[in-house]
Design a protein around this ligand. Structure first.
Ligand SMILES: [Zn+2]
Ligand SMILES: [Zn+2]
Length: 411
């Protein structure tokens, strides 16, 4: 049976985030910002939801090659597991390194690097589209003859391992720093300081970076993020902005070859006509500023409730989808993505949001009326709609009334 280790680990992720957050408050560190954390977690939910539509197909791809073209019949013993663990990590290193070297791959992977903070929520900040092609890099393992289930288990382990290293709370792991990918090594990987760019691509073992010349020790303070900041909390834009940028560069390039090169050259590459290669600028500490937006308590409350709505509906979808019809899956997934979109737009105080919120509430009520294939899911949906309505009334009605009354009283 196929086990989704990542989905099952979601509660553990949240427990560890809560511990790191508590530590952050206790030590008075500023490792967490509300808006940044919501944006990171939104990417995680969105990735799991969009992943539903491709996981089975991709697993089928690996399975097909294994069943029809494998060279060896490997037994299920400890040595095969150890070799496969190392092999998965090796292919991960190259896939990750290529994701930083080829524009079309970077367009997906960039999502993981957009946060200007570094905490456990960044680990869940994952691209919605990377999974569509990352599996191709592991196909040699299917040809050799490693079983699909073993591969799935170890690649999930590789992903899960990388969760805990997204922390600033652990300075050094001592002697383990030589072999394992650690928080210090991975902090470097998330740095936008020129000396840290394209370094430490490891998954579990740092030995690959040491062997292939991409290792960098953590030295100066790390400035997290990408060289051209995203400057938005919109989760959909985060996934498509670099594609748009590449498309525009290709459109403005003269020769056909340059139009192709835009997609396969490394980030920073531009045709001569458009100014040639643009190197990452040195961080100017005096002018460095993170993208930020202000929110009052009412807004934080409303975004939190909406985020919990997305998390609840998203989790229900993740665990119940095998029992749901395709159309219910599609509509619920759209509802979750729209809710995440709302959270981002709320944090940016977008003007169109008020109408969008009424539309979203109407959409969720019609979902309840239209889809009756799951009693449990519908109960959950009723809870979600109630929560959404109460918070909508609070946020848009009560808040505005309070402001109005206060203004009147002041006069
Ligand atoms: Zn990376
Ligand atoms: Zn990372």
């Amino acid at each position: 049976m196929k086990v989704d280790y990542i989905a099952l680990s979601i509660p553990i992720f949240f427990i560890l985030i809560a511990i790191e957050l508590a530590y952050n408050f206790y030590k008075k560190f500023n490792f967490y910002r509300f808006n940044d954390s919501i944006a990171n977690l939104s990417q995680g939910i969105g990735q799991q939801i969009t992943g539903l539509f491709m996981k089975t197909a991709l697993f089928f791809g690996y399975k097909y090659i294994f069943e029809h073209w494998r060279w060896l019949d490997l037994s299920d013993n400890i040595w095969v597991w150890i070799i496969l663990f190392i092999a998965v990590d090796f292919f991960y290193y190259w896939f990750h390194r290529m994701s930083h070297q080829i524009n079309a791959l970077w367009a997906a992977h960039i999502v993981h690097h957009q946060s200007e903070e570094y905490n456990l929520t960044v680990a869940l900040r994952q691209s919605w589209f990377q999974g569509w092609f990352s599996w191709v890099f592991y196909l040699p393992l299917a040809i050799v003859g490693f079983s699909p289930l073993m591969f799935l288990t170890l690649s999930s382990f590789n992903t899960l391992y990388q969760f805990w290293i997204h922390t600033r709370a652990i300075k050094s792991m001592g002697i383990l720093e030589y072999i394992l990918n650690t928080p210090a090594h991975h902090r470097v990987h998330h740095g936008s300081n020129p000396k840290y760019i394209d370094k430490n691509h490891a998954g579990t073992l740092i030995i690959w970076d040491r062997m292939f010349g991409t290792f960098q020790q953590e030295e100066e303070e790390v400035y997290y993020g990408i060289t051209t900041p995203l400057a938005s909390w919109n989760p959909v834009w985060a996934n498509v902005h670099y594609w748009v940028e590449l498309y525009n560069t290709a459109k403005n390039s003269d020769s056909f070859l340059d139009k192709i090169r835009v997609f396969i050259k490394p980030p920073g590459w531009y045709p001569e006509k458009l100014g040639g290669f643009k190197y990452a600028p040195e961080i100017d500490v005096s002018t460095y500023q993170k993208f930020d937006t202000q929110a009052n308590v009412g807004m934080i409350f409303y975004v939190t409730v909406q985020f919990l709505v997305a998390l609840g509906a998203g989790s229900a979808l993740l665990f119940l989808y095998p029992k749901m019809t395709f159309i219910t899956i599609l509509v619920t997934a759209t509802f979750v993505i729209f809710t995440l979109l709302s959270c981002g737009a709320l944090l940016e105080r977008k003007k169109w949001l008020r109408y969008f919120e009424y539309f979203r509430l109407a959409a969720s009520i019609s979902m309840l009326i239209l889809f009756k294939d799951l009693a449990f899911f519908n109960t959950l949906l009723i809870a979600v709609i109630t929560l959404q309505s109460i918070s909508l009334i609070w946020f848009y009605f009560l808040q505005n009334t309070i402001i109005y009354v206060k203004e009147k009283l002041a006069v």
